[in-house]
Design a protein around this ligand. Structure first.
Ligand code: SAM
Length: 246
């Protein structure tokens, strides 16, 4: 049988693809991608021509999953990629791995770029104990119910959020968790990468309008002694700026 490789891809800066990821993408018989148009740009940039290329996204999990199983059983090896970062982390892929486990088919997960871990390390918040919550529900009632369960937790909380929902999310976090330290990690690995630090009570002033766009990870700290001053450290990313996401 063939092996499925789970291949993480850059979250902004194309230099973050690993040598191993490039080799695997070059060698496999098929690539299953969340969005083939998006991944095509990445492959073109690295002059990789997929032998077989199809989509694996949340709306075709079952049929595409079956195709992957059939190909692996026929002896073909493949790669699973999402639009950015680690597949299966707030991205399609989880069901496929579960299927491979159930079918006892071999797979290998390559380590690589991930927004949550990059943000956690860069935040300066406690990295010893943390929990990841992905995207909170869009429905306010459901979102608040989950936040309520997180009240009083002693670890760093990590969330993903879309820029057009950031205001509501921060307001709900303040309402539900109190005046905790907060860090917003923006545009990681890209030209305008920055970390905005403050406290949840300042949620309305944390992000000026022009900064409410782009990609962001929101982290809530548990340490009440944490420096309460709002800081925004912008830093330019070393190396050539290469991004297909911008
Ligand atoms: N699988 C990806 C990973 O491993 O990080 C996450 C995909 S999820 C659909 C996209 C979310 O991840 C964005 O809404 C944002 O919260 C976060 N994200 C992705 N890239 C980012 C970046 N360069 N800077 C900050 N957050 C990012």
């Amino acid at each position: 049988v063939g092996t499925l490789y789970v291949v993480p891809t850059p979250i902004g800066n194309l230099e973050d693809i690993t040598l191993r990821a490039l080799r695997v993408l070059q060698e496999v018989d098929f690539i299953a991608a969340e969005d083939t148009r998006h991944t095509r740009k990445l492959l073109t940039h690295f002059a990789i021509r997929p032998k077989q290329f199809f989509s694996y996204h949340e709306h075709n999990v079952r049929t595409a999953g079956e195709s992957v199983i059939r190909l692996l059983q026929a002896g073909y090896s493949g790669a699973l990629v999402s639009d950015a970062g680690m597949p299966a982390i707030s991205d399609p892929g989880f069901d496929l791995i579960a299927l491979l486990v159930a079918e006892q088919l071999p797979y290998v997960v390559l380590p690589g770029p991930n927004a949550a871990m990059t943000a956690l390390v860069g935040s300066g918040l406690d990295t010893k104990n943390f929990s990841f919550h992905g995207f909170l529900p869009r429905v306010a009632k459901e979102r608040r119910a989950i936040i309520e369960q997180l009240r009083g937790r002693s670890e760093t909380l990590i969330f993903y959020e879309a820029p057009h929902r950031i205001d509501k999310m921060l307001a709900d976090l303040y309402e539900g968790l109190g005046n905790c330290p907060v860090v917003i990690a923006k545009e990681l690995t890209k030209h305008h990468e920055c970390y905005v630090r403050g406290r949840l009570a300042e949620h309305q002033q944390l992000l000026p309008e022009e900064m409410k766009r782009g990609e962001m990870v929101v982290l809530v700290g548990a340490d009440p002694q944490w420096d309460p001053h709002v800081t925004q450290n912008h830093q330019s990313v070393l190396g050539e700026q290469l991004s297909i996401a911008e």
